[in-house]
Design a protein around this ligand. Structure first.
Ligand code: ADP
Ligand code: MG
Length: 449
């Protein structure tokens, strides 16, 4: 069955990518929930995990005849664990993978760049034209246009794509440029390890002196992490005063990041803030057409219109639907058609609705507001909890169709009138046009993922 899945994957990706990344995958195990595959090393595992999980997931589902998660482990990581019985202490911070550029200088990258995330393949519309123009300006003149550039907006709207595009574009012009691309989460982990293993000096040097362009993804996860914020603040200052370009992305504006130090917020405002919004219908159609064309697949207009009408919130989902459709069509040996698209879209909607639960909403809301699920559900009602609690209940009511008493039970045994009061509170604030509206937009977009 894995062989069959591989055949399907082959029809979905370029031959080079297939031979390099997918063919060498080794099938290890399958159970009720997941298929376990092994990649040769961490680089390959990360590349697939980060950028290309949708394709093997859809293919595995098709080949095994049921929905399965695809888990990819790295062979070297497994071997390291087998040798020591535990994960080894990092000896030094090595950007993975580090490649040698033509100039012979080391290009720092803590993550492989996705070859598809280029400006050429970024569809520009009214929803993202500012962010796109600013990114191009920064790529043309690093540290001279806007510094920092801060790109924000909901999930799946192209922020990471723009960051990679900036890196590609700078490297095309200047292959020796030392570019560091890292997610804020990875930055936090590296810092924790560095503290643990007393490698802070190396950590600092890595970011402050060996880097011309720092691209940091998803900085909103720094919220509430005081020590990391402090470290990042100093890194930011060192780079900025040395005229190095900094580009940051976040799922919300600096003002909306809770528990972010004021001095960091004000740094983020030094340069340029640009948001990305959900694309309009025409842009969604253009994105689908671009994607189909790059895969060499014929996408009739009526099929593109249908998908673009149904899937509005986010580009990742839009692409996911198209990928599923392409896999479905190649399995059935038929062209992309409206009836096939209808079938695939309704399956997607169903599995989607099933995946939103009261529990998943509680978790999402608590992460967003940086409070604990136990507090949201607990008996107390201090001011800091009131707002997240009311938003969480509002979302549960809207997205799970659970009756008030059931919601009350899942929120630590509250009675249904109290749930109604909390839900009304959010409804009222939304109607009054308060800030909660944009928070709920962000949360709903995350739920849609
Ligand atoms: P984010 O980082 O904002 O969550 P990503 O950059 O990961 O979103 O984008 C999700 C997917 O959608 C990626 O495959 C990306 O290439 C694609 N995408 C997003 N916006 C566009 C766009 N304007 N044109 C083409 N592809 C896009
Ligand atoms: Mg991203």
């Amino acid at each position: 069955m894995w062989q069959k899945a591989l055949e399907l994957i082959r029809t979905q990706v370029s031959e080079e990518n297939f031979l390099e990344f997918f063919q060498p995958l080794r099938f290890c195990d399958v159970n009720d929930e997941r298929v376990l595959l092994e990649a040769e090393n961490g680089y390959y595992a990360d590349w697939i995990r980060t950028f290309h999980l949708a394709i093997p997931t859809a293919a595995v589902e098709e080949a095994f005849g049921r929905p399965l998660r695809v888990e990819i482990v790295a062979r070297d990581a497994q071997m390291a664990e087998a040798h020591t019985g535990e994960t080894c202490a990092p000896v030094e911070i090595k950007p993975e993978p580090s490649v040698l550029s033509e100039g012979g200088e080391e290009v720092l990258r803590s993550f492989p760049l996705n070859p598809n995330y280029t400006f050429r393949r970024f569809v520009v519309g009214p929803n993202n034209e500012m962010a796109h123009a600013a990114s191009e300006a920064v790529a043309r003149n690093p540290a001279q246009a806007f510094n920092p550039l801060f790109i924000y907006g909901g999930t799946g709207l192209g922020k990471t794509h723009l960051l990679h595009a900036i890196a590609h574009s700078i490297l095309e012009r200047k292959p020796s440029a030392r570019i560091l691309y890292i997610s804020a989460e990875e930055f936090i982990n590296q810092m924790i390890d560095s503290i643990k293993y007393q490698r802070m000096e190396a950590f600092r040097a890595h970011y402050r002196t060996h880097c011309d362009v720092l691209l940091m993804d998803d900085v909103h996860v720094l919220q509430g992490k005081d020590r990391t914020q402090e470290e990042f603040f100093n890194t930011f200052n060192a780079l900025h005063s040395a005229q190095k370009q900094i580009v940051l992305t976040s799922d919300r504006s600096p003002a909306e990041i809770k528990h972010l130090e004021d001095r960091l917020k004000s740094r983020f405002h030094w340069g340029m803030l640009a948001d990305v919004k959900a694309p309009q219908f025409e842009t969604r159609v253009a994105i689908l057409q671009e994607r189909a064309e790059s895969e060499g697949v014929e996408l009739p207009d009526d099929v593109a219109f249908l998908i673009a009408r149904r899937i509005c919130a986010n580009v990742r989902e839009l692409e996911g639907a198209l990928t599923r459709l392409m896999v479905g069509a190649s399995v059935k040996h038929c062209p992309l058609s409206v009836p096939l698209a209808e079938e695939i879209l309704s399956e997607l909607m169903e599995s989607h609705a099933r995946s939103i639960t009261i529990e998943s909403i509680q978790k999402l809301v608590s992460e967003y507001y940086d409070v604990r699920v136990d507090d949201i559900c607990g008996p107390k009602r201090p001011q800091v909890i009131a707002h997240p609690r009311s938003v969480a209940m509002y979302l549960c009511r809207k997205h799970t169709q659970a009756p008030f008493p059931v919601i009350g039970r899942e929120f630590g045994g509250k009675n249904h009138t109290s749930v109604m009061t909390w839900v009304r509170k959010s409804e009222k604030e939304i109607a009054e046009g308060g800030a909660v509206k944009s928070e709920i937009d962000v949360l709903e977009r995350k739920l849609a993922n």
